[in-house]
Design a protein around this ligand. Structure first.
Ligand SMILES: [Zn+2]
Length: 309
């Protein structure tokens, strides 16, 4: 069974699963994000047509990748799931990607010890988030984008590792700078986290094939998930073919990093990244390069199921 925002579901109910999407993303910081300057209705009306397009293309489940501090909003997720009929999986964890240096990490998490954070995240899994009864399906992290692991990031990574070892939840960790991956894996090894419980989120960010192959062979999951924001898809077919040659397709996951209803400073317009781009644009492009639609659907269904269950 895996937890969704509407309760646990069995593996037969997962179907085609996109591994990394967003509904609300608030980048104004963890404290400000609690203000929620929008109504649930407003968000749902905005994203629902995009969700329905993905559903009509065969998608049944969306793994939502926004932890507390970055805009996780369970009321919105519940309403989106009810109205679209899609399963939505939420997360525990915290986000410290880009160069924001703790801005999106809740203040109380920043002040806690590893053991205390582990307790908070484990409690969300065992008892539910706050008093909602909704349980996370996995642990989301973001770190290492400046080529090193800061003390706050190491603390969160060790807490994620210990939460994973207690609960069995997998860790999905945003690491854009591939140079940071070995530093992260070293800490996971010290914490005895099995490789198959770790997803390298944005493995395709720099498409560093050397690290992709080396760490894929160790057994970590490789998530190609920058598809939603990609200017074009040229780099993907050769990388996928290389994974086929090296028998690493069993380690591959797909997401888009799509959405979002953005909450940010300034007037610049950030467009929504449609949830169906994978089906409408990415797969047709790759088909022209000789990759089959069935291959993509199989990865979305079977590999996603293996990591989630
Ligand atoms: Zn993301």
């Amino acid at each position: 069974m895996i937890n969704t925002v509407l309760g646990p579901i069995s593996e037969d109910e997962l179907g085609i699963t996109l591994m990394h999407e967003h509904i609300v993303v608030d980048i104004t910081g963890a404290e400000k994000s609690l203000e929620k300057p929008y109504s649930v209705e407003e968000v749902v009306d905005y994203v629902l047509p995009f969700l329905m397009d993905a559903k009509n293309k065969g998608c049944q489940t969306i793994v939502e990748a926004t932890p507390l501090g970055l805009g996780r909003d369970l009321e919105v997720l519940v309403e989106c799931s009810k109205r679209s009929g899609l399963n939505i999986i939420t997360c525990t964890g915290a986000w410290d990607g880009a160069d924001v240096k703790g801005l999106s990490v809740p203040k109380d998490i920043q002040d806690m010890t590893i053991a205390e954070i582990t307790n908070v995240w484990t409690k969300e899994f065992e008892e539910g988030i706050d008093d909602t009864g909704i349980k996370p399906g996995y642990i989301k992290l973001a770190l290492g984008d400046e080529g090193k692991i800061f003390p706050l990031q190491e603390k969160m990574l060790r807490a994620a590792a210990r939460t994973s070892n207690k609960t069995g939840m997998f860790i999905a960790c945003h690491i854009w700078a591939s140079v940071s991956l070995p530093l992260v894996v070293e800490i996971l090894e010290e914490e005895n986290v099995p490789y198959e419980r770790f997803i390298w989120v944005h493995a395709d960010g720099q498409m560093d094939m050397e690290k992709i192959l080396e760490y894929g062979k160790k057994g970590i999951w490789l998530e190609f998930d920058t598809i939603g924001a990609a200017e074009d898809f040229k780099k993907f077919p050769p990388a996928i073919k290389k994974l086929q040659e090296e028998n690493l397709i069993p380690q591959l996951l797909f997401g888009q990093d799509s959405g979002s209803f953005w909450i940010k400073e300034g007037d610049e317009d950030w467009p929504m990244r449609p949830y169906a781009r994978f089906f409408n644009e990415f797969v047709p492009f790759c088909e022209k390069e000789g990759l089959k639609k069935e291959f993509f659907m199989k990865v979305l269904e079977e590999n996603s199921k293996r990591v989630l269950m």
